[in-house]
Design a protein around this ligand. Structure first.
Ligand code: SF4
Length: 455
């Protein structure tokens, strides 16, 4: 049964990576809360905290800001309330120390508290971190192991899985076929069903859900606007120059040409993605690496097609429906699925949004999402230097264009003739992700990542 909230899928936080930045920040924040609850006689001797990063977190964590994120969490910051300027300044000076407050005790952490462990670690997930509180002479006081499973979601080792039977959903489903059956058996619209489920999950009224979606859209569009006006070079060794402002100027000078709409869409997607790469505040959609696709598409719909709030809210709910299905039945994590899990999911969500906003047809929406996934199958994750820049930024623009084309292709056919169902393609995605060599899953050890060895 799908019990994910819309607001777990669309989360506000600092870039550049939901699995490598937001997840680890939440993990060390959780660690801090737990050690604060320990008896005082256990924590009074605490004098060190070690954070061990394994798997993909170790291999690409530097470029993905994992080091800053784990310190930020220990300082009590959460992704949604972090100040991006202060966050990005963390660890600029490797010798600088930070006080982690545990009751009356202040434990110092610094860059050397973080261990990028390259050795193999027996763990069920690609992104694993182990956090230890130690005394001065190295005695272990407390330890937790966390898994960052994509999109900013985390699991703690030993933590009981949420007992879904305790969540009484009015319309339970776990596949598109089950969801379509509910629609057939009731007079309800997709939006009615998703709102009723969301209320059961998050205990919010419809009015509150809409207010939160509006807020998410505002954050998305703020990222696009900032990216459109910010020039210069992105942080990191690649020294990649931002392109969104240039494309935006070009688009404005070519409004009368047939390709201007594509240039505008490119500019909007690049703008949000460049902001993500710069560590600014973005919205996971469904991940930070893919945080340019839906913001770019919704900004286009708002600015060029003058969609009102109601339509955009409903589009976001349609997009979330597809994100839930992929998360439940495959994965939205680059470390689990390669880039088809991130940009492929975002493109499918955007295609569903475009279709649902145009025609309230679940079959056509399904067809649009299916086509978008189909043409991302097997797409690897091989970011150069471990930075969420190349190919990630342009890939967001490409994902949005594919989403638009999936919407056009689905609009022009008869959905009864669609041979592949969304449930089938999600199964294929999961199988393909499992078959894909680990080297192509957010490790920067293969593919494009090897083409710029100096990074
Ligand atoms: S290549 Fe794709 S999955 Fe990998 S970091 Fe970039 S956007 Fe994320």
């Amino acid at each position: 049964m799908i019990t994910t909230s819309i607001f777990d899928l669309f989360k506000v936080g600092p870039g550049p990576s939901s699995s490598h930045t937001i997840g680890p920040m939440k993990a060390t924040y959780d660690f801090l809360q737990r050690v604060k609850e320990l008896p005082a006689d256990q924590t009074e001797s605490a004098s060190q905290i070690h954070i061990h990063l394994y798997g993909s977190l170790s291999l690409t964590g530097k470029g993905h800001g994992t080091d800053r994120a784990v310190i930020a969490g220990l300082l009590g910051w959460l992704p949604e309330n972090v100040n991006p300027t202060i966050f990005n300044n963390l660890l600029q000076n490797p010798a600088e120390t930070y006080d982690v407050k545990i009751r009356e005790n202040a434990v110092k952490v610094a860059a050397n508290s973080i261990k990028f462990d390259k050795k193999k670690y027996d763990s069920p997930f690609a992104n694993t971190l182990v956090v230890r509180l130690l005394s001065e002479n190295g005695e272990l006081i407390h330890e937790e192991e966390y898994y960052s499973v994509g999109g900013g979601f985390i699991h703690r080792k030993g933590e009981e899985e949420v007992d879904v039977s305790t969540i009484q959903l009015p319309h339970p489903y776990k596949t598109m076929n089950e969801l379509k059956a509910i629609l057939q058996q009731t007079d309800l619209s997709l939006i009615d069903i998703m709102l009723a489920n969301e209320t059961a999950i998050s205990r919010l009224s419809t009015k509150e859900i809409y207010a939160k979606i509006d807020n998410i859209l505002d954050f998305m569009h703020k990222a696009v606007k900032r990216g459109l006006r910010t020039k210069g070079v992105l942080p990191g060794r690649i020294q990649l120059r931002r392109k969104a402002p240039v494309l935006f100027e070009k688009a404005k000078n070519r409004v009368a040409t047939t390709d201007s709409f594509i240039i505008f869409l490119n500019a909007y997607c690049l703008a949000a993605s460049e902001e993500n790469a710069a560590g600014s505040i973005v919205v996971t959609a469904p991940t930070s690496g893919a945080s340019g696709v839906i913001p770019g598409v919704t900004y286009l719909l708002k600015q060029h097609y003058h969609y009102d709030r109601k339509k955009l809210r409903e589009g976001m709910i349609a997009a979330a429906t597809i994100g839930f299905l992929i998360k439940q039945n495959a994965s939205i994590s680059g470390a689990e699925m390669g880039c088809m899990g991130e940009i492929g999911s975002a493109a499918a969500m955007a295609a569903a949004m475009l279709m649902y906003c145009t025609e309230n047809s679940i079959e056509r929406m399904e067809a649009a999402a299916e086509i978008a996934i189909e043409h991302h199958l097997g797409m690897t994750c091989d970011p150069i230097g471990g930075y969420v820049q190349i190919p990630c930024i342009e890939r967001n623009a490409m994902g949005a264009i594919k989403a638009y084309n999936a919407f056009l292709l689905a609009s022009s056919g008869n959905s009864q003739d669609q041979k592949i169902s969304l449930d089938s393609v999600i199964k294929v995605m999961r199988a393909t992700g499992k078959d894909m060599s680990k080297r192509y899953k957010e490790t920067s050890k293969a593919g494009l990542a090897l083409s710029m060895t100096e990074c």
